[in-house]
Design a protein around this ligand. Structure first.
Ligand code: C2E
Ligand code: MG
Ligand code: MG
Ligand code: MG
Length: 285
């Protein structure tokens, strides 16, 4: 009997994998079409400077305008794109699009803002990564000091020598680096002190635990103080309430990203938001 159970267990797992693979293949096929048909779109979420309340930058976040399913969020397709490798061309499309908007910003005389783009593990380890990013930048006319790439701890720590080489090469072009979802991985900031990282993003899970767990407060305090002692700025993600905002302000967190100020939004809405927010900030100061 145990034998039969084991057998069915492994068949179930096998079927699970097959279903997973079939689902991945459907997503992959859809994404290839999406890339060609222009169904992918970037949304932009403002990052607010806590001291001045001005928009300091935006994070570019991928959305898929699916002809039948409507607006599809990244967690519905990025994992499959990562497994199939399709995240690599998609990721370059994202950087290209972000550079185009950054250039537009400069041409229209909008205030200087940092454009942050997420780099997946797979894309960071693509052999043509630095070369391709060089090419995208040389084909556009942007102030590269306004382009920021967000990486997770695991992408950086997988091969520290490789990470160091890539980050330095891109940093020499003016590009800066942020550590995304900080606190959820296993590395410590001291492991990263030799890398040219200028920003740490505190993962939203800590921010959302504020008020419910004293640990979250301690962790956030420790991250901010350690980052600042290494001259690294700190952004808190997922800020939704006044209470969270006040705590972070009190801890001298540099920037806030979250629904409290704004959700990710299409380009045209962002242009309006930046104008209003900066006028408001100007009146406050
Ligand atoms: P992330 O890089 O950590 O991005 C922040 C996520 O937190 C975004 O989710 C954003 O909408 C969400 N967020 C921001 N403020 C709040 C808040 O106050 N409350 C809550 N509940 N959520 C908030 P989104 O846009 O769904 O993206 C999810 C993840 O997908 C991103 O996490 C990133 O890892 C990945 N992703 C998005 N765009 C790209 C891309 O172009 N390339 C790659 N490789 N990954 C991407
Ligand atoms: Mg990010
Ligand atoms: Mg994050
Ligand atoms: Mg994330």
């Amino acid at each position: 009997l145990w034998y039969r159970e084991c057998l069915s267990e492994s068949t179930r797992a096998q079927r699970g994998r097959e279903a997973h693979m079939a689902a991945d293949m459907r997503v992959e096929e859809g994404l290839r079409r999406a890339l060609r048909a222009g169904e992918l779109e970037l949304y932009y979420q403002p990052r607010i400077d806590l001291a001045t309340e001005e928009v300091r930058g935006v994070e570019c976040l991928l959305r898929w305008n699916h002809p039948e399913r409507g607006l599809v969020m990244p967690d519905q397709f990025i994992p499959a794109a990562e497994r199939s490798g399709l995240i690599v061309p998609i990721g370059y499309w994202v950087i290209e699009q972000a550079c185009r908007r950054l250039q537009e910003c400069q041409e229209q005389g909008l205030p200087a803002m940092v454009f942050a783009v997420n780099l997946s593990f797979r894309q960071f380890h693509d052999r043509k990564m630095t070369e391709t990013i060089f090419r995208i930048i040389f084909n556009s006319n942007i102030d590269t000091s306004l382009l920021e790439l967000e990486l997770t701890e695991s992408a950086m720590m997988h091969d520290p020598d490789y990470a160091q080489r890539c980050l330095r090469e891109l940093n020499q072009l003016g590009i800066s680096f942020a550590l995304d979802d900080f606190g959820t991985g296993f590395s410590s900031l001291s492991n990263l002190q030799h890398l040219p990282i200028s920003l740490v993003k505190i993962d939203k899970s800590f921010v959302q635990d504020l008020g419910e767990s004293a640990d979250a407060e301690h962790i956030i305090r420790a991250i901010i103080s350690l980052a600042h002692s290494l001259r690294i700025s700190v952004v808190a993600e997922g800020v939704e309430t006044e209470g969270q905002l006040e705590f972070l302000r009190h801890q001298h967190c540099d920037e806030i990203q979250g629904y409290y100020y704004a959700r990710p939004m299409p380009w045209q809405d962002l242009v309006q938001f930046v104008d209003q927010q900066n006028q408001f900030a100007c009146l406050q100061n």
